[in-house]
Design a protein around this ligand. Sequence first.
Ligand SMILES: NC(=O)c1ccc[n+]([C@@H]2O[C@H](COP(=O)([O-])OP(=O)(O)OC[C@H]3O[C@@H](n4cnc5c(N)ncnc54)[C@H](OP(=O)(O)O)[C@@H]3O)[C@@H](O)[C@H]2O)c1
Length: 596
Amino acid sequence: MAKAPAKTKAPVHAPKRAPAKAPPTAPLKTPPKASPKPPLQPHPSHHPAGGGQMGEADETMVPAVAADALSIRDMRLARDGHRKRRAAPARNPLREGLRLERVPDPHTMVIFGATGDLSHRKVFPALAQLWRTNLLPADWMLVAVGRRPYDDDSFREEIGRSLDQWSRVPLEPEAERQFLERIVYHRGDFADDAAFDGLTKRLIEIDHAHGMPGNYLFYLATQPSAFGTIVGQLGRSGLDHERHGAGWRRIVIEKPFGRDLDSAKRLNREVGKVFRESQVYRIDHYLGKETVRNLLVFRFSNGIFEPLWNRRYVDHVQITVAESIGVEERGAFYEETGATRDVLQNHLLQLVSLVAMEPPATFDADALRDEKVKVLRAIDPFTRSSVEQNVVRGQYGPGWVAAQPVKGYREEDDVDPLSETETYIAARLQVDDWRWSGVPFYLRTGKRLPKRASEIAIQFSGVPHRLFADTVTDPQPNLLAIRIQPDEGILLRFGSKVPGLGMEIRTVNMDFTYGSAFSVDAPDAYETLILDSMLGDASLFTRADEVEAAWSIASPILDAWIDEPAPTLPNYAAGTWGPEAADALIERDGRRWRRI
Ligand SMILES: NC(=O)c1ccc[n+]([C@@H]2O[C@H](COP(=O)([O-])OP(=O)(O)OC[C@H]3O[C@@H](n4cnc5c(N)ncnc54)[C@H](OP(=O)(O)O)[C@@H]3O)[C@@H](O)[C@H]2O)c1
């Protein structure tokens, strides 16, 4: 086993400045002097003596005295040439006033499945971005667990290559070197007790070598069949115990959490035997997306929408998660999964619960999740006959996407040529509570659709009296579209008079886009979620009862399909918006899928 690298004494990141404090208010009538700049300070979390304290980091921080600290008198004197005006520091005004981010406690993260696809493409690049932006503590180590025969150096080289390929923003060579230095490789099989005994020993060595308090974050980036084994091994080794003074222990579990309701319950029981629920972080990476998180802000920090957010004003809701890609190299995985397990049970139902939930009393993780669970429980459970009426499945055949010919699903690698796995699902749900009774929620997701686009559309009801029915164009009812990806933003559609002497009405859009409003790149969902798990904030993770409530909706669909013969498959061509039966599903109610 290779040794952990010696502790780096020098600050591991470029030192970050301390937030500029407003200069003390000058007494009235005393013009403020051109105050000397306070010295720049290293980031609190990277202070050589810094240990367990929480630090703060913010990219909008400004050096020393900000431009707005100048008095009007100062500026007038500067204009008149009496005094030299100080150079204004660069500042992104669009990020002013945003909360300063916290830095997690010192800890060791352990990734099980560190040699796998997800770790390479998402987890390590996300960690590297957190490192780059000084959001990881200075005392942070990572133990990568896998079966392949790496040692520390060869694994670091491998991750370096992955970062070159997958990093959202490339790291400075020195920052990358320091990041990689924090990673050690531990080889072992999950079934092997000795591998976990060795891991325990190694974690203790790291704690001693780095003066760490024994905080461990376990990340399960493995195939779901290994989750139970790893949890059992962590329990056997005592690595779950948050003994007095021994720091915290948390476990992040990748999706999918179970294959159906029974297996999800079984897995919850296995996890619950070892970890308390407050230690468990079940990932649905959709919840880490910036626009999804903004949905909460949009709904609950604006007074004007919430009064309209109910059955009195909303005609129906459409939620679309469309992918233009096929199954790529993951044919074997997809054969076992399909669109219902892959997207409907988690991402789509999470979006439904965020759209339909009541405002929580507080913004803590449990208050938020209590309200989401209530929505899932209020959804009319599917029966065999309601599945037949309200759910459509599909599978793509050959076709064209982005002007390129593409294979049908059954011709993809590692896919059964007679496969009945669904690559598309559309469903009509009813949230049967006071707020939403009678408002249908139409959900759809599929692969090889014409474009990659995820959107929540709140279709408001039309006006009660059509005052302008005789005009050339009748106004359309209002629509609010929340774009989750790409071009993250929010669009409000309303009618407007066309300029001129007549009374022509046209539908126009008021369009907010994240990119242009804030001029910063949104973090990747994995950056957000990993940081939250390090900070102990479980708001964006799925709770045990929530995951079971979601499976209670998805499982009856899968059960009904076991007995019911599949429709003739494939039933939609790649590059189209899904099977005709999905159009019929919504058109039966006198509505149409929104063109995205
Ligand atoms: N890939 C994605 O895009 C993606 C997206 C969302 C969610 N996920 C979820 O993320 C998880 C991982 O997916 P993945 O695609 O990264 O899987 P993967 O490429 O098959 O990786 C599996 C990892 O588990 C390790 N492993 C498997 N059995 C082991 C054993 N008995 N002992 C020790 N290590 C073992 C493998 O180690 P060796 O290779 O060293 O043997 C490898 O590191 C799954 O739950 C998946 O559903 C993946």
